[in-house]
Every structure is written in C-alpha cells, then in structure tokens.
Design a protein around this ligand. Structure first.
Ligand code: OOB
Length: 541
C-alpha cells in the first residue's frame, strides 16, 4: 500500500512550529480537550440527534473499536460518503481515534468518482448512509464493489441491507485503541476541485489542518456561544474547516447540520437553534436573499453569512446586510490549502468587492504573468501560494499532479487574481479549462472523455458559459458521427455512465466542425476559448 504523507521541508516545518501555527494538536486531542472543559455542553445537532461533547467522544470511541473489530487496521483508508447527519462527525472522529484515514466523497458522487477515489487511495472500506434525497447508496456500494472488491468493508448508517450497520458493528470491547497519531501524520484525504481530469487526493496533516480551522474560528469570531449551521455538504473543505464544523467544535461552539441548504430546510433550523453563522455558495446566497424578506421564520440570530466557493458578484454582495441584517464574509479557499477571508470589521466596500486576505501571516502569495515573472502591484495574474496549511504534494505526486507545484514548493492555484494595496485579493477568473458550476468544480477534459465514449460523438469540447444563477454553466460542443443523437438522450446516457449529476453538461450544441489553423489542430485550450467566444457573440448578436 502506498503510504500517505505530506512533508514540508525541515526549515519550513521548524518555522511553522516556532511561530505557534503547528501546536502538535490532533483531531483526537482537541476533542478530548473540549470534553474535559465542557463535557455536557451541546456540541452536535443533526435530525433527531443532540449530542454533548462527551457524547460525541463516547460515540466516536465506540465506532473506533467497532471498525477495528470489523477488520480494518490503523493506516487503512476508508471512503466516507455521508450527507449532513450527526453520524458524519461520530464516524470521522471515530476513524481518527482508530488511526483510520477518511477519504471524503461528496453525496453527489456516483460510481465513476467513488471507484476512482477507492482505487487511488487503495481504500479498504466504504461508509455510506442508506438513502439520502431519494438515492440509495447501498445500490451504489454494490456497483462500486463489483469494480473494487478490495473495498471489503461497507458500513451503512441506517438500514444496512447486505452490509454492516454502523449501529451493529462488532463489539470492540476487547479491542485496544492505538496511541494517538503523530500530529505530522496525514489525518485524511480531501478531494480536489480537479483542474484537469479526475479529482486528485489531497493529504492533510493534523498539524496543518487544525491550524487552518483554529485560526479560521478566530477570524470568524467563534466562541462557545456561537452556533454554526452546516448547510453545504460537510465533506467539502468550506463547511468542514472554514471555519466549518471542525472550527466550530474547536471553539466550543455548537454545530447544527442541515439536510439541505434550501431556505425551506435551513430557515426553520436557524430560528429554532439560534444559528449565528453559516456558509453558502453564491447561487444559494441569492436564493436566501430572495426568500428572506417573506419568511415567517426569525432569522435575527444570524450574525455572519459567509459566501464562497465561487465568485460572489458585488451587486449581490451589497444586498446581504440590508436584507439579512448580518455581516457578509467572503471566503476564497481551496481544498489544497490557502483560505482567504474578508474580516468581519473590514469596511463594507472591502467586504462586498474583494474575496478577502489569507489566514496566516506566513501564507506566501505570488501573482505571476504567464512566463512566471512577478507582476506589478495591482495587476491581475496567476496566483501561486505556499504556507503552513497549503500542501506541497498530492497523493501520488507524479505527472500532472506534480506539475501543480513549482520547484520551490509553491502550489499553482489556477486562479487569476489581483491584489489591492491592503492585501485583499480580487478573483478575476481561472487560467485553466475548469467550470465552476455553483461552486462545484468540473474539469472540461474529464467530461470530454466521457462524451467521446458515445458511439455518435466524433469530437467534443466542453466550455463554461456565464449563467445568471449558477455563475457558470457547462456547455458541450459536439461533432456527431452517423446519426445525430438527441441532446436529452445524450444527457441521459451521461447519467447512465455513473458520474455525478452536476457534471452532466447543462447545454449541448451540435456543430459541423471545429476550427483548425493552417498548421493543423489548435490546442484544446484555444479551441474551447474560441467556441465560447463565438457562441457568446452569436447569442448577443
Ligand atoms: C473551495 O474549494 P475547492 O477546492 O472546491 O475549489 C477551489 C477553487 C479555487 O481555486 C477558486 O477557483 C474557486 O474554487 N473559488 C472561488 C472562491 N472560492 C473558491 N472563486 C471565486 N471566489 C471565491 N470566493 O471552493 C473552498 C474551500 C475552502 C473555503 C471556501 C471555498
């Protein structure tokens, strides 16, 4: 089994420790600390469940023993695909206690993605919910097991069917739990938005991740009186750690898990639980702004609305304070590390027009031109970064994975940004062919590969188009061969491939050919750009 690791050069690691960013904390040790300080304080609310810190820890320990008794071993990787339910937290804290390594999948992922994660991580287990939003994850597990039999242990929250129920794990009473992890060890594998091809796996250590959510909790003003609503899928880095559920628990605050981010599901929870802070992607923020003025639910407890994952336009951003009566906080982050926040006491103009500034004084930010030279202050260019919670390598860091990092360890984010004199960043766009559909990242290449698998598709180019609601939507330009398929049939066929729904192109446009130059084919990148330009010009004209 390939070991999972994340290593910073010794001089950097020493500096990050000296400066107090890396404090030797682990997930297990910080939860222990909260239990010691405030055992009976309510920590987690999800569905019918209401757990104190002590109860969360006790459940995690029982799960840790049960998973080891089942046959998993410390160091094993386990794909965790759970919706926003309380058990998400007992399961992952249980895994940390047993030194098992979660690989976080989103509820929207289907067999193509899960098989890819399981294979890349060499996972030995898979933890799912029975059903969520009408989808049966046990059927998905069957499908995945057919392709990855090594994924021997499937554990189900709810009705287990042929698998093992979380509630019926073997009695681990006699199992000895391992020593706590070394804080420099990898705690989990997070998945990247995926700039090219399939998602990469991101190894994050206890040291670096606890720093990122501890500092985030402070920037977001969390304290034991705060109530954090996890509205977005909690396996995503934003609701997980910016400050997310972990930052909230770290601060001794309460976490409330919403089964859906819709106003219908979230507003009653805000009123009932006195939610003080939550995070949304821009399209959801627009829905909330639309629904808030007429809701019967009292939203007055809400102090901070975070918006991130994709660009929140200033016109919308300006409406947050007047409509919701709370402070907007823009969050520009990435699963690979760097997270930027507007600060709660920033001037309103900074809050609505920028995507914030880095968490750490030791986040190094470079803005370079395409040749790799630094640009004068204020000019937009490629953002590269390195720092105390930004990875230096992906899992399996070869080929394209390795090319995401410079020789001296900077991560090429793929984002084009400019920096204002106060250090705030303004996101201008992306350098890569990447569609940011309402915060969900889609690689053009990955979708083109799928389309090319269809017998009637001769060639395909997938591009992003501006969309009033989603920010960006995906459009596939297709050259058909033989009988031209119907767009709806092609979309249905894509779904049948077993990939996440959000990756199915929103729009399909058939074309007779793609432009080539005298010299031959133009690059995919130029082709996508030109298709996009011509389509938009036509739509306008
Ligand atoms: C967050 O993480 P990922 O890994 O799903 O996506 C990262 C990419 C960034 O490189 C950027 O292209 C885009 O998402 N992005 C934004 C943005 N926040 C993220 N683009 C414009 N404005 C923003 N505010 O999306 C993520 C991780 C942690 C916290 C927040 C978001």
């Amino acid at each position: 089994m390939t070991p999972v690791q994340q290593v910073w050069p010794a001089e950097f690691a020493a500096r990050y420790r000296d400066k107090g960013y890396w404090r030797g904390e682990t997930f297990t040790s910080f939860l222990r600390a909260r239990v010691t300080e405030m055992p009976d304080r309510l920590a987690v609310v999800g569905g019918e469940q209401r757990w104190s810190f002590a109860e969360l820890e006790a459940r995690a320990e029982a799960i840790a023993r049960g998973l080891l008794a089942l046959g998993l071993q410390p160091g094993d990787r386990v794909v965790v695909q759970l919706p926003n339910i309380a058990e998400f937290l007992s399961v992952v804290f249980g895994m940390f206690r047993a030194r098992l390594v979660p690989v976080y999948a989103l509820p929207a992922h289907r067999s193509v993605e899960i098989v890819h994660f399981a294979r890349t991580a060499e996972a030995r287990g898979y933890i799912i919910a029975d059903r969520h939003e009408g989808f049966d994850y046990r059927a998905l597990a069957d499908e995945v097991l057919g392709e990855v039999p090594e994924l021997a242990h499937v554990v189900v929250v709810g009705e287990a069917g042929p698998f093992t129920a979380l509630d019926a794990l073997p009695d681990g009473g006699a199992v000895a739990l391992p020593e706590d992890a070394d804080p420099s060890e990898v705690a989990f594998l997070q998945i990247s938005g995926g700039s090219t091809g399939l998602s990469k796996l991101i190894p994050r250590t206890h040291d670096d991740y606890t720093y990122s959510f501890r500092a985030s909790a402070e920037i977001c003003g969390l304290n034991p009186e705060s109530v954090y609503l996890a509205a977005l899928p909690v396996a995503h880095n934003f609701p997980m750690s910016s400050p997310g559920v972990f930052g909230a628990l770290y601060a001794g605050a309460r976490v409330v898990l919403a089964s859906s981010p819709s106003p219908e599901a979230a507003f009653p929870l805000i009123a009932r639980e006195g939610v003080t802070i939550t995070g949304l992607v821009p399209p959801l923020a627009l829905l909330w702004l639309q629904a808030a003025p007429t809701t019967p639910h009292d939203l007055s407890s809400l102090q901070v609305l975070q918006v991130g994952g994709a660009k929140f336009l200033a016109e919308s951003a300006r409406r947050v304070r007047p409509v919701l009566g709370c402070t907007l906080q823009q969050v520009f982050g990435m699963a690979e590390g760097l997270v930027n926040y507007t600060r709660l006491d920033d001037a309103e103009e900074i809050i609505v027009t920028t995507q914030g500034r880095p968490i750490s004084p030791d986040d190094e930010v470079l803005i370079l031109d395409d040749a790799g030279y630094p640009l004068p202050e204020g000019e937009a260019g490629n953002l590269l970064t390195r720092g105390p919670y930004t990875i230096r390598a992906y899992h399996n860091n070869v080929g394209a994975n390795a090319r995401a990092f410079t020789q001296d360890g900077f991560y090429r984010t793929g984002d084009v940004v400019k920096r204002l004199p106060d250090g705030s960043l303004v996101v201008q766009g992306r350098a890569g062919d990447h569609i940011n559909r309402a915060g969900e990242k889609i690689s053009a290449e990955e979708i083109e590969d799928h389309l090319l698998g269809h017998p009637s598709v001769f060639d395909a180019a997938v591009v992003s188009l501006p969309d009033d609601f989603l920010g960006e939507r995906s459009c596939a330009f297709i050259i058909a061969q033989g009988e031209k398929p119907k767009a709806a049939a092609l979309k249905a066929w894509m779904r049948g491939r077993g990939l996440a729904d959000f990756k199915v192109p929103d729009q399909i446009v058939f074309v007779d050919g793609f432009e080539t130059t005298a010299v031959g084919k133009i690059s995919r990148k130029e082709l996508r750009a030109s298709l996009r330009r011509r389509f938009l010009a036509q739509a306008e004209g």
